[in-house]
Design a binder for this molecule. Structure first.
Ligand SMILES: [Zn+2]
Length: 313
């Protein structure tokens, strides 16, 4: 199974910044230690091009982001200081989601060991997100001609507000977000399907809600490709989560999503999105569980739907 990583492109951050800058590296290390290197193929992707990015973003915003001309206020809204290094890392991170989508179409699943920057709008960034990798990648696949409709399943604990806003008038990409009702972003956008959860929601209630959301989303759109944002931040010990899922519950979430997609015979690109556990290794554990579930999905037998066999009854 192919895994695309970009943590080798370092970004300068002030001391004690709340962005978990070592998380993706620690995760990659864990994968190389614990998953047979025959089973995974880890690669640095190609960077996203301007042409790719402009399918989701305002040209003036992109130009100012690339040239370092964003205002202090715009940069504060993102919460990550602008630097040439962050431009480079962002391009590669978006490229990793594009690569994961392209690979998933041939190999049923692939992973970006990052991405899920779903708070980026067409003309501004927010919440650690400058560019929206999900929308850029979905539209890159459509432009390539192999994909008509895309389903986005956003299980990060925060609403995918940028994604919803960019895709508001796009009937070809269905957005499903399951998130904390009282959590950031405080002004929500309207996804095609939003499921809002109260503070303190635990495993059983979360999984029941997700089950309904998966069925409804798959019924509502005729997708050829899925992008799954597997945020680790619904975890009970997450600093920014407000929900109360356990690691076992989060592993169940991954299996639930992938079971539905397997039954539907749909290819899926997985991105990691947020994860701000007080102990960084807890976030690494949760993302690692997602990786394990993805590897299992890659190696399992093809379903009748994937083999193109009609099912009756
Ligand atoms: Zn989040």
């Amino acid at each position: 199974m192919k895994i695309y990583y970009t943590d080798t492109f370092k970004i300068p951050l002030p001391e004690n910044h709340s962005f978990p800058k070592d998380k993706n590296y620690l995760l990659r290390k864990r994968i190389s230690e614990l998953i047979d290197d025959q089973a995974v193929d880890m690669r640095v992707p190609e960077p996203a091009s301007d042409e790719d990015i402009l399918r989701a973003h305002d040209p003036a915003y992109l130009k100012r982001f690339l040239k370092g001309e964003l205002t202090d206020k715009e940069i504060r809204r993102v919460g990550l200081p602008w630097s040439p290094e962050i431009v480079r890392r962002t391009r590669y991170s978006v490229g990793a989601t594009i690569a994961a989508c392209r690979t998933a179409l041939n190999e049923r699943i692939a992973v970006n060991l990052g991405g899920g920057t779903h708070h980026a709008f067409s003309d501004h960034g927010q919440g650690y997100c400058y560019l929206n990798d999900t929308v850029i990648a979905a539209r890159a696949m459509q432009a390539g001609g192999r994909v008509k409709n895309v389903l986005i399943i956003d299980c990060d604990v925060h609403q995918g507000n940028g994604t919803a806003a960019i895709l508001k008038n796009d009937p070809t990409i269905f957005t499903f977000s399951i998130h904390g009702k009282n959590n950031f972003p405080f002004q929500k956008e309207t996804s095609d399907l939003d499921i809002e959860l109260e503070d303190g929601t635990g495993d059983a209630a979360y999984l029941a809600a997700l089950e309904k959301g998966m069925t409804a989303s798959l019924d509502a759109c005729d997708a050829n490709l899925v992008i799954y944002l597997a945020g680790a931040d619904p975890y009970k010990k997450d600093r920014f989560g407000r929900l109360a899922l356990t690691k076992v519950g989060l592993a169940g979430r991954d299996r639930l999503v992938l079971r539905h997609l397997g039954q539907a015979g749909l290819p899926v690109a997985v991105t990691l999105a947020g994860g701000y556990a007080r102990q960084v290794m807890d976030a690494v554990d949760i993302h690692f569980q997602t990786l394990r579930a993805a590897v299992d999905f890659y190696y399992r037998k093809k379903t009748p739907a994937e083999l193109g066999i009609a099912q009756f009854g």
